[in-house]
Ligand binder design. Structure first.
Ligand SMILES: C[S@@+](CC[C@H](N)C(=O)[O-])C[C@H]1O[C@@H](n2cnc3c(N)ncnc32)[C@H](O)[C@@H]1O
Length: 393
């Protein structure tokens, strides 16, 4: 294991301490085991360059401009450490993309994964190996962790940096996560750290009897993550929380399930405004109002392939035609989207009549495509590539 150059270690520990304090303040760290892991694993040792948002940058990803920052992980400057030990995702590759995810999300998912000493875990989306190293600390034995990435270049670099940082016994393999890793199965836990457009039945086969999976599954352009258990020939579980990941590549990738939401293009002036729907008007607290709108947004994604989460709010979007967006203070229409507004209003009334269900209120099942699913007025179906997803209230 290498140490930092030039007596920088104490400076690094200061940055790490503030970083953990910041995550604790955000209530993302609950258990001692996860907190300990965040105190131990040095995020900066698993990077040697990254892409920083920069208006003048010469690289582009998801509509944003970036420039590349190289550094020596053994001799990092304070301004590099400040970026790495802060609650932000860090882009490490652009095309195809890779990153180390936002630490608050990593922490929250690790808490929800309920790892314990001695449990065996499979990760889909190795990226920098940061999450894998955190998991290795929690389960107490590196060889219990297997992590897969579809990009060979990512795996080569991650293996090397993990080894240098003292995590050389984690299994890092280059392959499409769709296939899982039967060589090391069964797993007590399976976690995907990439936005999945579908679920793989290989994972279900490789899951231990009492185990569960934590999978961010695309709904609109976000990925609420689900805790899923094996239940005979089906997979069932519930939504746990929201997340936004980069989209999966390989076998599980599906294009066009929902409308592609623009991130920066919606700069034109709104053509009309309406007051917020009553359920959102009642919420004085900004955070509560946002939570309520995301709950409605989840319902929208079951009902309408035009559901989109935009920087200014969520609503319905029809490419080139217009959008209706529930914003902070008003509902705004872009490009005279009056018919879209009327449809959104109907969907709101339906959601409201159901008792404005929350993210955790639905039961979710994934069935093989050929299975005929249950019908009902409180059952919604999303047809994916290999599975039918049933959402049941
Ligand atoms: C957000 S990053 C993962 C972050 C990582 N867990 C970390 O701690 O740094 C998502 C990763 O998923 C990988 N990926 C995309 N599609 C994949 C697939 N089908 N199988 C395995 N990995 C995949 C990408 O190459 C990328 O490196």
């Amino acid at each position: 294991v290498i140490e930092a150059k030039g007596g920088k270690l104490s400076q690094i520990f200061d940055f790490m301490k503030n970083y953990v304090d910041e995550l604790k303040k955000k209530d993302c760290l609950e258990s001692e085991a996860v907190e300990e892991a965040f105190r131990k694993v040095k995020r900066h040792l698993l990077l040697e360059y990254f892409y920083e948002t920069d208006e003048e940058g010469d690289q582009e990803y998801a509509g944003w401009k970036f420039s590349k920052k190289d550094f020596d992980p053994l001799d990092p400057d304070p301004e590099i450490l400040k970026i790495i030990y802060s609650d932000q995702p860090i882009l490490t590759r652009i095309d195809p993309p890779s990153s180390t995810s936002q630490p608050a999300l990593v922490a929250r998912m690790l808490e929800d994964l309920k790892l314990k000493e001695g449990l065996k875990v499979l990760e889909i989306g190795a990226g920098t190996g940061y999450n894998a190293a955190l998991m290795a600390e929690i389960v107490g034995d590196q060889s219990l962790v297997t992590t897969l990435d579809i990009q060979e270049g990512v795996v080569r670099q991650t293996k090397r940096l993990l080894r240098q940082a003292g995590y050389g016994r984690i299994h890092v393999l280059a392959r499409d996560g769709f296939f899982g890793c039967p060589e090391n199965a069964p797993y007590d836990r399976i976690i995907a750290t990439v936005g999945c457009t579908d679920i793989s039945f290989h994972w279900v086969e490789q899951l231990a009897e009492e185990g569960f999976m934590l999978i961010p599954v695309q709904h609109g352009n976000l990925h609420p993550y689900l805790r899923l258990y094996r239940d005979k020939d089906r997979i069932s579980g519930r939504f746990i929380n929201w997340s936004g990941f980069m989209t999966i590549q390989g076998q599980l990738k599906i294009e066009g399930l929902w409308v592609k939401a623009p991130w920066k293009e919606m700069t034109e002036k709104p053509s009309r405004e309406y007051p917020l729907f009553p359920a959102f008007q009642d919420e004085e607290d900004e955070e509560m109002r946002r939570d309520k709108t995301s709950e409605f947004y989840l319902f929208l994604t079951f009902k309408d392939r035009r559901a989109a989460a935009l920087p200014q709010g969520s609503g319905l979007l029809e490419e080139r035609k217009g959008a209706v967006v529930i914003e902070k203070d008003k509902i705004r229409l872009y490009n005279n989207a009056e018919p879209l507004y009327q449809e959104l209003k109907k969907l709101y009334e339906e959601w409201n009549a159901l008792g404005s269900p929350k993210i955790g209120d639905y039961k979710v099942e994934f069935l093989p495509l050929e299975k005929a699913p249950a019908q009902g007025d409180k059952v919604w179906i999303i047809e994916r590539k290999f599975t039918k997803q049933l959402i049941i209230l």
